[in-house]
Write a protein that binds this ligand. Sequence first.
Ligand code: FEO
Ligand code: CA
Ligand code: CA
Ligand code: CA
Length: 601
Amino acid sequence: MSDFNEVVSRRKFLQGSFAIGIGAFAAATIPSKAIGFGSDFNGISFTPLAANSKDTITVPKGFSWHTVAAWGDPLWSGAPEFDQQTRGTGESQELSFGDNNDGMSLFEVNGKSVLAVNNEYCNRKIIYGNRASGLPETPDDVRKGMAAHGVSIFEVAQKGRKWEIVKDSLYNRKITADTKVAIDGPAAGHPLLKTDEDQTGKLARGTFNNCGNGRTPWGTYLACEENFHGYFSSPSDPNANLSADLKRYGVKTKDWGYNWVMNQDRFDVVKNPNEINRHGYITEIDPSKPQSMPRKQTAMGRFKHENCEVVVSKNGQVVAYMGDDERGEHLYKFVSKGKYIKGAASNYDLLTEGDLFVAIFNENGTGRWVNLKESGMSDSDISIFTRMAATQVGATTMDRPEWVAANPNKVEAYCALTNNKNRGVKPNQPVNAVNPRVENPYGQIVRWTPDNNEHAADGFKWDLFAMAGNPVVGEGLMKGSENITKDNMFNSPDGIAFDSKGNLWIQTDGKYTNQGAFEGMGNNQMLCANPRTGKIDRFLVGPKECEITGITWSSDKKTMFVGVQHPGENNPDKCHFPDGGSSVPRSAIVAISRNDGKTIG
Ligand code: FEO
Ligand code: CA
Ligand code: CA
Ligand code: CA
């Protein structure tokens, strides 16, 4: 049976009389002529790795890796080294690299290499592994947890061939769940953002659960708040009937076990209902000015932000693509009102004013960006209740939009849709051409080309660059697209980024059982893809139970920095990355380089 027939019959089987057009077929599979049989990517070649389930990093022959920074490593000389027994205190954590590093960017500032890194959340089982409950039990435990979140900024330098933290650099900085952050854009000053702590509605306290990231052409870092709801609870009224607004953002009467409300009652949504409206945004940080106050850019919307891919459109407007990572949520784009002018001070305000759009994917491979103003909601309401505005305008519900990456060689962008067990199950998430699999366990990567080669344009054409799957044990669509083979299969693409030469790097956050539907995939990994040919090869395999997420390069492109998040998340006793022996598993940033000293992206 040809793939075309297989796809069609699979869909008919899944959906009865679902009518599928030839356009949708073209969009949902990779034309065989696009599959590359050449060996090289752009400026890099390597022998692809086999999958494995080892407790270490594996890279191809001719490449080396070493650890640059791990959770709890001190950023200042006054702080103690990581303590394997206590796993740190509130005070030590405030002076050390946070937990669960995710998105990151390296900035060159006055000749120094400065890394800005999200510390998304805490592995409570690990960070509180010194407590029988595996949870914070004292106010200092909570202080430690809050300090393990946020953004760590620190200088790195090479000693010999190894990169390390430069302690006490004037650029070293911790932005945590307790740091003062300005609120900018349409929601600033809104009554719903006024709290006991700040009567102006223009100041937030803290940024947390920053997942992916972005960077701007004017040298700022963008931290993207994702699962901000998991920190709120209502101990003052355990049976509170929460509002529809709170429910749409996933808030419950109990938090995820962080217990921040033990120290600060702003995390009680009944006592302080507006506190949560100060979170869920993108925070812009200037790593070159350690004294500058970060700014939450509310014009870019409030949802469970994944990353933020910033490009300058042909006409000079700045376009920022953003996913909302939740089953059945949406893909967004912000278009600045002003235009980018190289070197201009006005660039620093480009993200405070503009229009927010949400994507509708048609079955025939076309799509359009709908301005959320069409919801009829005010600019400030769109900024605070972005999800509701998107529903109003009929946005396509997606299979969990994770990172977006824009091709530096071509006007096109890609988004990783990681997986979605609700696809074809919940009424608002029917199977469609861009989300073609029922209970999608593997994920796919969608690609779009804006009309007129203008990222700011309303219209686009799209196709699926890759549909992850298992061609060995899968049937029909579960095999994945043609560029997925027994040798490169993976599941749950999450972090994606282009290097400067135009290779697309794909990082995974999926099932690592290596059994059943996931047999042959091994641990989470990083792959390299050629956007022109569709070829995908496995470049790196991570340690046990980790996610690979976050990628950036040194200024000379001879080092690639990659993030290893939550190694040993479920069975911390069986994972000892990166220190080995019987050590506590720690999230870490590793540096990867070529043994011949040439560039790597
Ligand atoms: Fe924090 Fe959507 O991953
Ligand atoms: Ca993550
Ligand atoms: Ca992610
Ligand atoms: Ca993920």
